[in-house]
Design a protein around this ligand. Structure first.
Ligand code: E4P
Length: 221
């Protein structure tokens, strides 16, 4: 399972990148709006920090504008993935970008039909938003199950990038289904690291070691 961080926060990206657990980054205009600083500079910096794919989203809603933005975004680095919304003009843009060997992440996917069309147009990644479906009273993980099954049935090469993840259980469920990638906010990744029994166990190991040191003050590991 590949783990992506869903953020434009440079400190979080550096923190988890240094642990060697990040396979890529996804951003969007909302995430960029939460950061101080020039969003274009932030996107360029993220591309420099992370080796894996970095999804940067267009804001045009017509094919021509999307292609112009894609052209500029790609200049940040060879690991840039252009994020295109799942609309008719977006599918046209994906088709052209695919022919130019540009990797595309088709975003705002809320149905298996949309995922199939994005894959057929040439997207390298599709991003189904499971948390937003859960919020709307529909089980988001059911959509992941459907897309993974259909892509498997037809041997589609497009990767399923589980997005709008809200908690660690989403990550486990996505992994059990066999989705290739899960992108998550930093707080969810932080929660995946922690377990109260780990903290408790470590505290007791350290306490016991203090006793050993007391008996052997010169002892060094
Ligand atoms: C994915 O690429 C999106 O950036 C993201 O997962 C959206 O999540 P949200 O529903 O928490 O905004």
């Amino acid at each position: 399972m590949k783990i992506f961080l869903d953020t434009a926060n440079l400190d979080s990206i550096r923190k988890y990148n240094d642990m060697g657990i990040l396979d890529g980054i996804t951003t969007n205009p909302t995430l960029l709006s939460k950061e101080s600083g020039n969003p274009v500079d932030i996107m360029a910096e993220i591309v420099k920090i992370v080796k894996g794919p970095v999804s940067l989203e267009v804001v045009s809603t017509n094919t021509k504008g999307m292609l112009e933005e894609a052209h500029r975004l790609k200049k940040f680095g060879s690991n840039v993935v252009v994020k295109i919304p799942m609309i008719a003009e977006g599918l046209k843009a994906i088709n052209i970008l695919k022919k130019n060997n540009t990797s595309v992440n088709c975003t705002l996917i809320f149905s298996a039909n949309q995922a199939v069309l994005a894959a057929k147009a040439g997207a390298s990644f599709v991003s189904p938003f499971i948390g937003r479906l859960d919020d709307a009273g529909q089980v988001g993980m059911d959509l992941i199950r459907e897309i993974v099954q259909i892509f498997k049935n037809y041997n589609f090469k497009t990767e399923v990038l589980v997005a709008s993840v809200r908690h660690p259980l989403h990550v486990i469920e996505a992994g059990k289904i066999g989705a290739g990638i899960v992108t998550m906010p930093p707080d969810v990744l932080g929660k995946m690291i922690k377990h109260p029994l780990t903290d408790k166990g470590l505290a007791s190991f350290l306490d016991d070691w203090k006793k050993v040191k007391k008996a052997n003050p010169k002892l060094v590991i």
